[in-house]
Write a protein that binds this ligand. Structure first.
Ligand code: SF4
Length: 279
């Protein structure tokens, strides 16, 4: 059974939730013109947001973190997005020498050995590249929803992150049924792993399929306690990075000397172009 068959339903208030999300994105794009980015995880919610941004011709850049541990199915979404929406996805990767040093010191399976090592891996592969993605930007857009987990139950429509940037969460009041109804009715591309009982998809070593009845995020860091199952992207990015550096040495969790620079910038030499949706 596909994710659409499993989850998509038109429920009361759906149209007004879509209209509210569009209005929030339009307002954010105007208020932060040239300084706002959608930090897409390439998950279902983020695919909805990218579709809304492109469909409504909003000046919001689209960027993702390529941790080096993503599934092939996840990586394949990047060219699919670029083709479908005629835009460039900015790709931010960890610093290569940091990865090499971390793996040489702690091994490729370090994330399973302790919370500290798992968070250090997230610090190196996600938080440091995120800090480069957000440099020079005053706002970012995420696909967080209140319904996703207990730790996300209080997610507001907008908030300030630790650096004072505005973080917009336009889908926070959407249900899982809303997300999949939008995907189904707008033919939005999505990760085929969602059809294999992966409701939440992160790095391959830290994501598994869930069983019927299991929590939405039960397949993420399943060996950890519920309250610890966040990578820090949606907590306090800077402090989490500093914490990782304090625990493991700045040589292992290096920042880039080129803030705001994505790894595909050199190759493409072009700013993100949002020409609009083809659908
Ligand atoms: S999710 Fe797992 S593999 Fe990915 S950065 Fe975090 S610990 Fe490392």
């Amino acid at each position: 059974m596909s994710a659409i068959e499993l989850y998509a339903r038109a429920t009361e208030g759906y149209q007004s939730r879509v209209a509210h999300a569009v209005a929030a994105l339009q307002s954010a794009a105007t208020e932060h013109a040239g300084r706002i980015v959608q930090a897409t995880s390439l998950g279902a919610e983020d695919m909805v947001l990218t579709d809304l941004i492109a469909r409504h011709h909003l000046g919001i850049a689209v960027a993702t973190l390529e941790t080096g541990k993503l599934h092939d199915e996840t990586l394949a979404l990047i060219p699919r997005i670029e083709t479908r929406y005629a835009l460039t996805v900015e790709v931010f990767k960890p610093v290569h020498e940091s990865v090499v040093q971390f793996v040489a010191t702690h091994g490729a399976r370090a994330m399973y050995r302790s919370i500290e090592l798992r968070k250090a891996c997230c610090g190196m592969r996600k938080l440091e590249p995120l800090s480069r993605m957000l440099a020079q930007r005053s706002a970012w857009v995420t696909g967080l929803r209140r319904e996703q987990s207990n730790t996300r139950g209080g997610v507001p429509f907008s908030e300030r992150d630790e650096k004072g940037r505005i973080k917009f969460n336009p889908l926070t009041d959407w249900t899982l049924a809303d997300v999949w109804h939008y995907i189904a009715t707008n033919d939005v591309p999505y990760n085929p792993l969602h059809d294999q009982f992966y409701p939440s998809i992160g790095c391959a070593p830290c994501t598994r399929a869930v069983a019927v009845g299991e929590d939405f995020r039960a397949g993420r860091w399943w060996w950890e306690n519920e309250g610890q199952k966040e990578c820090g992207l949606h907590l306090k990015p800077h402090s989490a990075l500093v914490s990782a550096q304090a625990n493991f040495g700045s040589a292992e969790v290096k920042g880039s000397s080129e803030p705001g620079r994505s790894q595909n910038e050199d190759a493409q030499k072009s700013r993100v172009s949002l020409i609009g949706a083809s659908a």
